[in-house]
Design a protein around this ligand. Structure first.
Ligand code: BGC
Length: 663
């Protein structure tokens, strides 16, 4: 399998390449930056599931101290890719082995020097990361190496550590601190193959005398230790062997064959690589921007259940179970959120940080006034609970894992349905339950009534939940009685009645289901026209005064998502009519959108469109695509949902849960 290689260096691409060349192991992510870079160049060692909030700022995942900082100098000239001494530079992401490499050649005075380094985040041990640096020169020369653990951290809403201390013992360097909010100790310890002198603030130096043609090798073995864990070193070779063997195993499970289509093959390999480096090892889940940094607060969205879970169910079932367990573990928090808003059941966090909803009331900052914009994602994007339930239902369908269902899965599904029931309003005139004041997947239209996706998704949640309840009542009567005790009295009967009267928007004469009440009355205008109305490139399209708000232009697949998730419930004719209707209005302002249309296109026989959308989705991080700003808020990083969505389109072309024919 090929590697991703890039020749030359451009300072403009530092942030983009940090994402593009990311390595990780589900727990730790190390951005694709260079050894001589620091916080200024967005070096990031991101930790999954560890959050910290600094007063007055957004709570987000924590980035750890950087164990791989290293600047090597010759005659006072640093070997820095940005210096005029740089002759050539190549960065490489070895997809097959999960390795990042760089090789840079310099001319310092008359000496031709080659600096190369390689690093990996162990696929076997979750807290381990290793780096090997090599240096050669065509003349005898003495080099100075500055290395250690750099305590300077790139944060969006930091700093997250207090009481930062560094120490050295033999050739092992350690920087430790405590998170601000919870005081959780985090240490980054690194064993170096050479001892440091003049140690100060985590860094020190040593010199190396090299003969012409000789190679100097410098290894670093680091661990990120959260809590009171103990450091243990190992040899680079051993860690490398275990790591690469594990990657070989992973690819045996995960590889897809694109039948000789080199472009699609590489795009899919790259997407799968990203899904593999996010596979959780413990009871945490996957953030919307993966391990590429703190964007979106390192929080877990519906992206995981709807766009990522299918891959893990198929390829790494144990990880899929972990993702489901994460939602079961956070059921108490979802119940509390429902209660806090005056509802029953379970209302999942829109942006989950171990259950806590990190979504701000003001998730966007206006580019003109620089004022926070009130957004209602947290309160109104209630479909998150249906998405969580959907994932559990599909997982169960695939695995028949009764233990998981009895251990909280079924309770979660029924609690999600119960939440929607208590959220709904009974319209006495029309004699039906309605879900009013919600936000569907299309975030540009906030606080709408009867979003088709939301209503149908909860309808199916309740229906499927009830069917399972019946099954479990028969199969495990005693356990089921017990389970019912943790749910509101009469829940099953209430849900039965509710599903009979829940309003499900029907297709119009052309077979199109209105996205929400009154959507058809909005201004009928093209995406391009709406774009031309922008006064600033980073202007937010939604909210109360956005350019899309009063129009039919939508951010992402919405009604179409419903068909992707329940293809069998809607005829191909209906799916085609809706696809043709909504596609021209879709801005694809979310990376979740193209792949959704790719999946939809497969299901209605639009192979060419499906192929184009699939590639666009799979290549998003290769091309540095996707929006970088929502108003004044940075939203860059990797796009795991696009990778996962591309994978679904390629493997289950007829929709989630059904094997297709596009692979
Ligand atoms: C999308 C959401 C998505 C979130 C995280 C937003 O831009 O509208 O659907 O969950 O990004 O990826």
């Amino acid at each position: 399998m090929k590697s991703l290689k890039e020749n030359g260096f451009s300072a403009d691409k530092i942030v983009e390449n940090g994402n593009k060349f990311l390595i990780g192991n589900g727990y730790l992510g190390y951005r694709g930056t260079l050894d001589e870079f620091t916080a200024k160049e967005c070096v990031g060692l991101n930790i999954a599931g560890l959050y910290d909030g600094v007063k007055g700022k957004w709570r987000e995942t924590v980035n750890a101290f950087n164990p791989f900082f290293c600047v090597i100098s010759l005659n006072g000239v640093p070997l820095d890719v940005r210096g005029k001494e740089m002759l050539s530079h190549e960065a490489e992401l070895d997809l097959e082995r999960g390795l990042f490499r760089r090789e840079t050649k310099f001319l310092v005075g008359k000496a031709h020097v080659t600096l190369s380094s390689e690093r990996f985040v162990s696929a076997v041990e979750e807290d381990l990361l290793c780096s090997r640096t090599r240096l050669t020169s065509d003349m005898d020369a003495t080099f100075f190496v500055k290395a250690g653990v750099d305590p300077d951290i790139w944060d969006l809403n930091g700093p997250h550590f207090t009481d930062v201390e560094s120490r050295i013992s033999g050739s092992c360097v350690e920087v430790k601190g405590r998170t601000q909010e919870l005081g959780i100790p985090v240490r980054v310890a690194c064993a170096l193959s050479h001892s440091l002198q003049n140690f100060h603030g985590g860094l020190g130096e040593f010199s190396v005398r090299l003969k012409a043609g000789e190679t100097f090798t410098f290894d670093r073995i680091a661990r990120v230790l959260v809590g009171e864990k103990v450091f243990s070193a190992c040899s680079y070779e051993r860690a490398y062997k275990a790591h690469t063997e594990e990657w070989a195993r992973l690819w045996l499970l995960a590889r897809l064959d694109a039948r000789g289509d080199a472009r699609a093959q590489f795009a899919l390999d790259y997407s799968i690589y990203h899904l593999l480096i996010l596979a959780p090892k413990g009871r945490y889940s996957i953030a919307a921007r993966g391990l590429s940094g703190q964007t979106y607060k390192g929080a877990v969205f519906w992206d995981t259940e709807i766009f990522l879970l299918p891959f893990y169910m198929e390829v790494l079932p144990a990880c899929a179970r972990r993702l489901i367990e994460y939602r079961i573990d956070t059921l108490p928090a979802a119940r509390k959120k429902a209660q806090d808003y005056g509802f029953g059941g379970a209302f999942y966090a829109w942006e989950s940080q171990n259950g806590y909803d990190a979504c701000s009331d003001f998730n966007v900052t206006d580019v003109f006034t620089h004022r926070p914009v009130r957004t209602y994602f947290k309160e109104k994007q209630i479909h998150i609970s249906a998405d969580v339930a959907y994932a559990i239902l599909r997982y169960y369908e695939r695995t028949n894992d009764d233990a998981l269902m009895l251990g909280g899965g079924l309770e979660t599904v029924l609690s999600c349905a119960e939440f929607a029931r208590t959220y709904s309003y009974y319209n006495h005139i029309k004699g039906r339950y309605e879900l009013l004041d919600v936000i569907g997947p299309d975030e540009y239209h906030e606080r709408v009534n009867n979003n088709a996706y939301t209503n149908y998704m909860f309808f199916f949640t309740a229906k499927e939940g009830l069917a399972l309840a019946e099954k479990f009542a028969k199969k495990y009567p005693a356990r089921f009685e017990e389970l019912l005790l943790s749910l509101p009295e009469g829940i099953l009967q209430n849900l039965r009645e509710w599903t009979e009267k829940l309003y499900l928007p029907k297709p119009d004469a052309e077979g199109v289901i209105e996205q929400f009440d009154g959507y058809f009355r909005l201004e009928d205008v093209s995406v391009e026209k709406v774009r031309s109305r922008l006064c600033h490139p980073n202007e937010y399209w939604g909210g109360s005064g956005g350019v899309a708000t009063a129009t039919r232009v939508i951010k992402q697949a919405d009604v179409i998502m419903l068909f992707n998730l329940y293809p069998d419930k809607f005829s191909a004719k209906l799916r085609r009519a809706n696809y043709d209707f909504y596609l021209p209005y879709t801005e694809h302002g979310s990376s979740l959108s193209r792949c959704s249309y790719a999946i939809a296109a497969c299901g209605i026989g639009r192979r060419e469109e499906a192929y184009a959308a699939l590639l666009e989705s799979a290549e998003i991080d290769l091309k540095g695509g996707g929006k970088q700003w929502a108003g004044e808020v940075y939203i860059g990083g990797t796009h795991p949902a696009a990778s996962g969505g591309a994978w679904i389109a390629a493997t289950h072309g007829l929709g989630y849960g059904r094997k297709g024919d596009l692979a």
